[in-house]
Design a protein around this ligand. Structure first.
Ligand code: F58
Length: 837
């Protein structure tokens, strides 16, 4: 990077401007104390852990800002093609540890803080999670951002800065409660407010047409104006100066004031109207895998993409005047359909503001965009009523009709006279209420559509959008998900990291996960097996402490830790798990003391949030907690079984649970879980999967080997038949399951009427086939018990799991996206040493 003051070389100003913050202990300590005094305005002679966290965070932020500036200046100078990852969610979790590790400053911060009287590891715990996401999709976006920076790709994430993130879950009397998460209350050192980056976004209003020499022009006027303000979160790559950015938009009132209202004496109502604009980025919608058709949600979506496109185009125009270059400089990835209205927004700007002709503009749009599908559950597919879009975004609705018209001409060319094909492919769904199918719009407006695991991509192509795949076979791709080994191994599991460093004789695995393959050579080495056991033991004790602190339950750390953590959803089948737990409990109760001696002790851990409006999922939470209450208070089974529901599951809690698990449950009905990503995190941490052949489990089985997992259950191609069998009432309920039902009905776990709707739903249609998979699930669990009894064989399988995870690194995923969808290349910032001594 050429400093702007090159000409003044030798001058004091130049020296000052090229002087970076030092990273020795003294400089770090001075930085922390300065921030305690000048940023927090507290006395540096006496401050608590939270202030120490904040002070440390601000010093880290200073260093991030240096790297950020250098990176962005470098990108501006080199002008590579960039990718913009548009996501309504980024589930970032905590930042302090991540930033310190990625910058390579762990030891320096550790000793600097020790002298100030603090343990760095304790300060991590002071940080509140940034939870601007629901689950897998949001966390995936954050893993991707880490990999993009680490691989030095010129990439920016764009999203929304919700004032309220994912709600905080409490459990009272076994029921889920929701408390709003006002996460910014104590400030957020990880963001940089950019009051200089603001755009105006329009809603409602009307379209007027005027004649011009080059055809008719359309002006979108009137309506409501809202201001978008940028907040940046620097994303440091691992062991590199490259520091990318996530830019989140916050809505604020537009400066234009309604003078009429004011003069008319309506001052207070004029202020109220202004305040309403701040609602747009108020709250994250807490639904996972269901679509909520609220106008405010559509407003969020448009607000997001309108501001983002202003920003992207402004950056493009700094260096370019030819619009044909746009797709050569800009790739935009849509993280599901939520930002799809951005396709129409770019098109509108090209046509109405840049006066580009229809066909040329449409080419630019489709070459720029690509779309990732994350679900095939029909209830999650977004479809906005035409009337809603017409009112909120009148010009966009006109353009959607135009886009659809031209698209349907293409359909007729391929299938002349086939009305059925037109109806099934159309962007507009006809019916009592006409709707815009956002997935169709995303497919039509993108050059590439991808699913997130091999099996899911096959279903996207063949089951969900077969006609699109027939029309454009080359548009459809697979990009199997991945997770970052930095957060999910290096930071979450220091013990495992040391093992890897020692046995691989390098720490290269942190960025080149293929290195872990070499661990297999040592699989029979008793020293490795002992170390492996003791690290797992340490992690289990860490989790046991956490469970004791948060739930007041003592668990036996010699027991098998059986973990099921994810959003609570019928398709993920926490119900199958808890029914299995009940069966286990009843079995132990019936055993003679001699038989009990053979029982494998288990701690069954659940965690996850249900969408506040999802009544059935909330009932499942209640059932789990009621069963836990009975089992945990039954002295007779005390040594053999404990059931724990850890409240308020989030990223930082996952970082404690995942490394401590012996098995993890990935038991969705085959064909329902697009990919899953916790399955990858667990596998990296040597936890064995008990699971169905669904989502990425299929590919994990290919890498790890089915003999090193516990695979059971109906296969995807058997699902339709199994549902039919259910409809025909041909399903014979397993006698063990009948016994479980009977106990629920008799009130063993509390008033049976609470659980009646759960049993009814199983008896009525059992859409997720819990009953048919139940016996197979019990068989798989019996295999788990059997293997547990031969600990060394277990540990070897655990090691094989960890050593087979290369493919599930988000680094691999990002390389594939970069090369096969975005056509971008790394752009490494030239600098002497990213650690900068
Ligand atoms: C998840 N989707 C998939 N959606 O369920 C999971 O299989 C996959 O591994 C993951 O994406 C990453 O690809 C998901 O998390 C949501 O949470 C949406 C949030 C917004 C409303 C609709 C659901």
């Amino acid at each position: 990077v050429v400093p702007p003051t090159e000409k003044k070389k030798g001058s004091k100003l130049f020296a000052l401007k090229t002087d970076f913050l030092k990273n020795d202990e003294d400089s770090i300590q001075k930085g922390i104390l300065d921030h305690v005094e000048y940023t927090l305005a507290r006395t540096k002679y006496n401050f608590d852990s939270f202030s120490a966290y904040q002070g440390s965070a601000y010093t880290v932020r200073d260093r991030l800002i240096e790297r950020w500036n250098e990176t962005q200046q470098y990108y501006t100078e080199k002008d590579p093609k960039r990718v913009y990852y548009l996501s309504m969610e980024f589930l970032m979790g905590r930042s302090l540890q991540n930033a310190i590790y990625n910058m390579g400053l762990k030891d320096e911060y550790h000793s600097a803080l020790l002298e100030l009287g603090f343990e760095l590891e304790d300060l991590y715990e002071e940080e509140k999670d940034a939870a601007l996401g629901n689950g897998g999709l949001g966390r995936l976006a954050s893993c991707f951002m880490d990999s993009l920076a680490t691989l030095k790709y010129p990439a920016w994430g764009y999203g929304l800065r919700y004032n309220y993130g994912m709600f905080e879950q409490g459990i009272y009397d076994g029921y889920q409660t929701e408390v709003p998460d006002y996460w910014l209350v104590a400030g957020n050192p990880w963001e940089i407010e950019r009051l200089d980056v603001q755009y105006t976004v329009r809603f409602y209003g009307h379209v007027t047409e005027r004649k011009s020499s080059e055809g008719n022009k359309f002006d979108w006027e009137g309506g409501e104006l809202v201001q978008a303000i940028a907040y940046d979160a620097p994303i440091p790559g691992y062991a590199t100066t490259n520091t990318n950015n996530i830019r989140l938009w916050s809505s604020k009132p537009h400066k234009e004031f309604d003078l009429d209202a004011f003069n008319g004496g309506n001052y207070l109502s004029a202020v109220e109207a202004k305040q309403r604009s701040e609602n747009i980025t108020s709250v994250l919608y807490p639904n996972d895998n269901t679509y909520s058709g609220k106008e405010l949600r559509l407003k969020q979506q448009y607000f997001f993409v309108a501001a983002t496109l202003c920003d992207i185009i402004r950056r493009f125009k700094k260096n370019h005047s030819n619009w044909a270059d746009f797709p050569n400089k800009v790739a935009i990835q849509l993280n599901d359909t939520h930002p799809t209205i951005g396709i129409v927004e770019l098109f509108r700007k090209l046509i109405d503001e840049e006066h580009i002709q229809w066909d040329e503009a449409w080419q630019i749009v489709t070459k720029t965009y690509a779309y990732t599908n994350h679900t095939i559950l029909p209830e999650a597919l977004e479809m906005w009523p035409v009337s809603l879009i017409e009112n909120l975004l009148p010009r966009h609705m006109q353009l959607i009709y135009g886009i659809n018209h031209r698209f349907l001409l293409q359909v007729t060319q391929k299938w002349p006279g086939d009305i059925g094909k037109m109806r099934s492919l159309s962007i507009i769904q006809e019916g009592d209420e006409k709707k815009v199918r956002m997935a169709h719009l995303a497919i039509v407006g993108s050059h590439c559509v991808n699913g997130v695991a091999a099996m899911h991509s096959e279903l996207v192509r063949n089951a969900v959008f077969p006609d699109f795949a027939a029309l454009w076979p080359n548009k459809f791709q697979n990009k199997t998900n991945g997770v970052t080994p930095r957060r999910w191994i290096q930071q979450a599991n220091p013990g495992l990291s040391s093992i890897l460093n020692k046995w691989l004789k390098t720490d290269k695995w942190v960025t080149q996960l293929e290195c872990v393959k070499d661990l297999k050579q040592h699989i029979n080495n008793p020293e490795l097996i002992e170390e492996w056991k003791s690290v797992k033991q340490f992690n289990k004790e860490r989790l046991a402490d956490f469970i004791h602190k948060t739930c007041g339950i003592q668990v036996n750390t010699n027991a098998l830790f059986d973990v099921h953590i994810k959003r609570i959803h019928e398709y993920k089948r926490q119900l199958l798990n808890i029914l299995g737990v009940i069966y286990r409990y009843l079995s132990i109760k019936k055993m003679s003391p001699k038989d009990r001696a053979n029982v494998v002790s288990r701690v069954v851990v659940f965690a996850g949030k249900a969408a506040p409006g999802y009544v059935m999922a909330k009932r499942h939470i209640k059932l789990i907690n009621s069963v836990a209450e009975v089992i945990n208070n039954d002295k007779e089974v005390d040594q053999y079984l404990k059931v724990v529901f850890i409240p308020n599951y989030n990223v930082s809690i996952a970082q404690v649970i995942v490394p401590a698990s012996d098995i993890n449950q990935q038991i969705s009905t085959a064909g329902t879980e697009a990919s899953g990503t916790s399955n990858m995190k667990f596998t990296m941490n040597g936890s064995l999967i008990i699971g169905t052949l669904d989502g990425a489990n299929v590919e994990i089985a290919e890498e790890v080997g089915q003999e090193n997992m516990f695979i059971f259950g109906l296969r995807t191609h058997e699902i339709a038949g199994a549902r039919e069998k259910m409809r025909q009432k041909e399903v014979v309920i397993d006698s063990r399951l009948q016994e479980v039902f009977l106990n629920i009905e008799l009130g063993t776990f509390g008033p049976p009427e609470i659980f009646k709707p759960i049993l009814d739903s199983l008896m009525y249609n059992d859409f997720y086939l819990t009953m048919q998979d139940f016996p197979l699930y019990l068989d798989a669990q019996a295999e788990v018990d059997a293997l547990w009894k031969t600990q060394d064989a277990w540990i070897r399988k655990s090691i094989i799991n960890t050593s087979s995870t290369y493919f599930f690194s988000s680094d691999r995923a990002m390389k594939e996206y970069a090369e096969e969808i975005w056509n971008i290349e790394p752009c490494e910032v030239e600098t002497s040493d990213y650690r900068r001594y």
